[in-house]
Design a protein around this ligand. Sequence first.
Ligand SMILES: [Zn+2]
Ligand SMILES: [Zn+2]
Length: 187
Amino acid sequence: MSSERMSAPGSPGRAAPSRALLINALELLRRPGSERTIDVELSAAELGLADARFHADDQVTVNLRLESLSDGIVVLGSIDVPWHGLCRRCLRELSEHTESEVDELYQTVVTDPDAFEIVGDQLDLLPMVRELALLDAPESPLCRPDCAGLCPICGIDLNEGSCNCEAPKAPSPWDVLDGLKARFDDN
Ligand SMILES: [Zn+2]
Ligand SMILES: [Zn+2]
């Protein structure tokens, strides 16, 4: 048997996968009712968040509480994810945070349809945290729910000023119906 090896370091400039979210599940499951808390900050790079919404150095805050049951481990808490993007209406640059609730169940033998499987002795929470971040960081954000956007003709930011352009009228469903009706009436 070889001695225990450290995981290989990541390639230069790339963070190694974080072990902060790797939990000894065996130990927790041995004593149902035992708890463990995880309060860590991990960079987007450590979590493998690589698309344009995330900057490598952004810190994702993970606050989780684990509690073991007789047949699994409940994971509760929240993660706070910084993200970046352009407002889909006015194209303003946004740097915001999204807080995601965590409420997951992990089981060695999956009996609950919503549960994840614990494979081996370790519970790796990193994939779950990464999935949540990817799901909850918006792909086409708004700077605010009622963002007025840009004038499609002159391009002025209608949140900051107004213009006298007359926007081309989009056909409403009623116009389309009227058109159809007119065609039937002609026949
Ligand atoms: Zn906007
Ligand atoms: Zn205009």
